[in-house]
Design a binder for this molecule. Structure first.
Ligand code: FAD
Length: 381
C-alpha cells in the first residue's frame, strides 16, 4: 500500500504550486473581492487551459485532456478555488454535452468550451428547490421546434457572464405524477434571459446569480438527453471530491500562515507557538488537513481504478469541507484580532471555506448518502 504521489504526480504538484504562486495568486490579488469581469475570467481560463483543466474529464480521443482523477485533484488542491470553480464548469458541461447532446450541439459548443473561447454555467437550484432537484418548477413546454422556458433560478454559476447555461427544467410529469426533469442548453445569443449577480459571503470573485426565464425560446435540439455515458457517474463523484480538495487548499493556506505566525508573534516574552494551547490548535489543524487529504485522494484513486466510490467521495466532500471551516476558524484564533482584519487573508479563507459545505450536496445530504451506502436504507426522503 502506497500513500504518496508517484514521480509524475509529484512533478505536477510542484509545477502547479509554483504556477499558482507566480501567476494565479498575483492575478487574483490585482482584482478586488467581487465578481471578476468576463474578460478576466476568460483570461484565467486561458491561463489554466495548458494544465488540461477545461476538458480534464473529456476523453482524449474526443479532443479533451482526458486526465486521471488524482492528477486533476492535485490541480484542485494547488489552485485557488475561485479559479478551479470557474474551470470546472466548462469541463463538466462539456462532458455532459457528450453524454446526451446531438452531434450538432457537440460540434457547435464542445471545441469552444475546451478552448476556453466561451464560458458555461449550471442552472439547477431554484428559490424553492435546492437539495431536492425534483422540486424544480421552471417549465419547458414544447411548441413546434422550440421549447418555451419560464421560471427562476438562483445560485447559477457564471450566469451573468456565461455564453451558455445548462438548465434543469421540468418537462412534465410521469404516470405517477412525478416531475420529469430534463436539461436544456440555453445559448445567450439565441435565447433571451435576465440575470443578476447575488452577493454571498465568500468566493466573491466567482459569479453566482439569479436567472429569470420569461417566455425564453430555446431550439428543441438543445435538449440534452441521457446517453448513459459510463464516465458521467464517475465525473459527479470526482466533482464532489474535488470540492473537498478546494477546501484543503484554503485550509492549507490558513495553516501555513498560522505556523509562521505562531513562531514569530511574541506575547509574555515568548513566541505564542511556545504555549501548549496554541500548539494544540496547530496540531488540530494539521491533523484535520492530513485526514482530509487522505480521504480525498483515496476516493480519487479508487475512481481512477474504476471503483464506483460513492461512499468514499461523499466522505471526502463532507469531511474536507467541514474540516476547512474548522481549520480556517482556528487560524483566525491563532492570529488574534489580526485574523479578523480584512488587511490579512485569514478572514477571506474562512468565508471562502464556509461556502463549500453547500454545493454538490450539502454536508447533511452527503451524510445521508454515506448512511444509505452503509445501511442500504435511504433516509433522504
Ligand atoms: C459555492 C456554491 C456554488 C453553487 N453552484 C451552483 C451552480 O452552479 N448551479 C446551481 O444550480 N446551484 C449552485 N449552488 C446551489 C447549491 O446547489 C445549493 O445551495 C444546494 O443544493 C443546497 O440547496 P439549498 O441551498 O436550497 O438548501 P436546502 O436544500 O433548502 O437545504 C437547507 C438545509 O436543509 C438540509 N436538508 C435538506 N434536505 C435534507 C434532508 N433530506 N435531510 C436532512 N437535511 C436536509 C440541508 O442540508 C441544509 O442544511 C451553489 C451553491 C454554492 C454555495
Amino acid at each position: 500500500m502506497r500513500l504518496e504521489f508517484d514521480d509524475e504526480q509529484a512533478l505536477l504538484q510542484a509545477t502547479a504550486r509554483d504556477f499558482a504562486a507566480r501567476e494565479l495568486e498575483p492575478f487574483l490579488a490585482r482584482h478586488p473581492d467581487e465578481p471578476l469581469p468576463r474578460d478576466s475570467v476568460l483570461e484565467l481560463l486561458g491561463m489554466v487551459k495548458p494544465f488540461g483543466m477545461l476538458s480534464a474529464r473529456v476523453p482524449g480521443h474526443l479532443g479533451g485532456a482526458g486526465m486521471d482523477a488524482v492528477s486533476l485533484g492535485i490541480l484542485y488542491e494547488e489552485f485557488p478555488p475561485d479559479v478551479s470553480l470557474t474551470a470546472s464548469a466548462n469541463d463538466i458541461i462539456g462532458l455532459r454535452l457528450l453524454d446526451g447532446g446531438s452531434p450538432e450541439i457537440v460540434d457547435r459548443y464542445l471545441p469552444r468550451l475546451i478552448e476556453g473561447e466561451i464560458m458555461a454555467g449550471s442552472s439547477i437550484s431554484e428559490p424553492d428547490a435546492g437539495s431536492d432537484v425534483t422540486g424544480i418548477t421552471t417549465r419547458a413546454e414544447r411548441h413546434g421546434d422550440s421549447y418555451i422556458v419560464d421560471g427562476r433560478k438562483v445560485w447559477s454559476s457564471h450566469c451573468t457572464i456565461a455564453d451558455v447555461l445548462l438548465a434543469a427544467v421540468r418537462l412534465g410529469t410521469d404516470d405517477r405524477g412525478r416531475a420529469v426533469v430534463g436539461r436544456l442548453l440555453i445559448d445567450r445569443e439565441q435565447s433571451g434571459f435576465e440575470t443578476r449577480d447575488l452577493e454571498l459571503m465568500g468566493l466573491r470573485r466567482h459569479h453566482l446569480g439569479e436567472v429569470v426565464f420569461d417566455g425564453c425560446r430555446v431550439p428543441a435540439g438543445n435538449l440534452i438527453g441521457e446517453g448513459g455515458l459510463a464516465s458521467l457517474t464517475a465525473s459527479w463523484l470526482t466533482q464532489r471530491t474535488l470540492l473537498g480538495l478546494m477546501a484543503v487548499h484554503l485550509a492549507r493556506k490558513a495553516y501555513d500562515a498560522s505556523v509562521a505566525h505562531a513562531k514569530q508573534r511574541r506575547q509574555f516574552g515568548k513566541p505564542i507557538g511556545a504555549f501548549q494551547l496554541v500548539q494544540s490548535m496547530i496540531v488540530e489543524m494539521a491533523t484535520l488537513i492530513d485526514t482530509s487529504r487522505y480521504l480525498c485522494y483515496r476516493a480519487l484513486d479508487l475512481l481512477d481504478r474504476g471503483v464506483e466510490a460513492r461512499m468514499e467521495s461523499s466522505m471526502a466532500k463532507y469531511y474536507a469541507t467541514e474540516a476547512a471551516v474548522k481549520v480556517t476558524s482556528l487560524a483566525i484564533q491563532v492570529h488574534g484580532a489580526y485574523g479578523l482584519s480584512t488587511e490579512y487573508p485569514l478572514e477571506q479563507y474562512f468565508r471562502d471555506a464556509r461556502m463549500l459545505t453547500m454545493p454538490d450536496g450539502t454536508t447533511e445530504i452527503q451524510k445521508l448518502m454515506i448512511g444509505r451506502e452503509i445501511l442500504g436504507i435511504s433516509a433522504i426522503r
